[in-house]
Design a protein around this ligand. Structure first.
Ligand SMILES: Nc1ncnc2c1ncn2[C@@H]1O[C@H](COP(=O)(O)OP(=O)(O)O)[C@@H](O)[C@H]1O
Ligand SMILES: [Mg+2]
Length: 231
């Protein structure tokens, strides 16, 4: 479904990605692993259209979408849960969820109950301000906001970063349910190795702007991968 091919990305004169290729298929979780600063977020921004690429292409169901804006890619069903959550702290939980409507046709602008079934805490806190939520609750809200747009590709950028263990467990369960439903492709960017290993189908390890290892998680060499995660 998603195929990024031979991506180069620069910030001014400095190169952040070099010849990076990545695929993500419906019903599967593709994990992107690697330390801080190796280019994981840059790759997600290239896929979602938040950052321009120097060369290569991003294809969605066989169509080259490299030139489309982030808003147009969102309308195609590409949803991004950003690193650091980026909740609107002055808006209520419900208002935050409704910002996901922008990517939907008018007739489909509804927050489905399924989102509250997945994250009961959001139902409980519907009229609280985003800024009043804990970090973990904000992460759940950020995922909920992405699900509002009924994505076909869901990208989660370090969803466990700085989150307490009980909520990490809840998020794990939700990702697992979404995978089982089989309706979307999921890209999970993580540094928490066990979390990614237990959920993922495919993996790619990044180091300094390139993909160093990739394949099926079932046949992954854990020791080799862990070397790219510890400092
Ligand atoms: N907006 C930006 N402008 C300039 N350099 C950036 C920008 N965003 C990221 N970088 C640099 O690009 C490299 C990759 O960063 P990033 O993609 O955020 O890595 P990761 O998500 O793996 O931590 C880093 O050296 C980082 O400092
Ligand atoms: Mg990052």
């Amino acid at each position: 479904m998603l195929s990024a091919k031979n991506i180069d990305l620069h910030y001014g004169a400095s190169q952040a990605l070099e010849n990076v290729s990545l695929e993500a298929a419906k019903g599967e979780i593709t994990c992107i692993l690697g330390r801080n600063g190796v280019g994981k977020t840059s790759l997600m921004q290239a896929v979602t259209g938040r950052q321009g690429i120097t060369s290569g292409s991003v294809e969605w169901n066989g169509r080259d979408i490299s030139k489309l804006s982030a808003a147009d890619r969102a309308r195609l069903g590409i949803a991004y849960v950003p690193q650091g959550r980026q909740i609107f702290s002055q808006l209520t939980v419900l208002e935050n969820l409704k910002t996901g409507f922008a990517a939907l046709p008018r007739g489909e602008r509804k927050v489905n109950d399924e989102i509250f079934d997945l994250f009961p805490v959001l139902r409980k806190m519907l009229h609280r301000r985003g800024g009043d939520l804990s970090g973990g609750q904000q992460q759940q809200l950020s995922i909920g906001r992405a699900l509002v747009m009924k994505p076909k590709l869901l990208i989660l950028d370090e969803p466990t970063e700085g989150i307490q263990p009980s909520i990490i467990k809840d998020i794990h369960n939700v990702i697992s349910i979404l995978r089982q439903q089989g309706e979307m492709a999921i890209i999970l960017v993580e540094q928490y190795f066990e979390f990614a290993r237990d959920l993922g189908d495919k993996y790619a390890v990044m180091d300094r702007g390139v993909v160093t290892l990739s394949g099926d998680i079932k046949s992954m060499d854990e020791q080799a991968v862990r070397k790219f995660l510890t400092v």
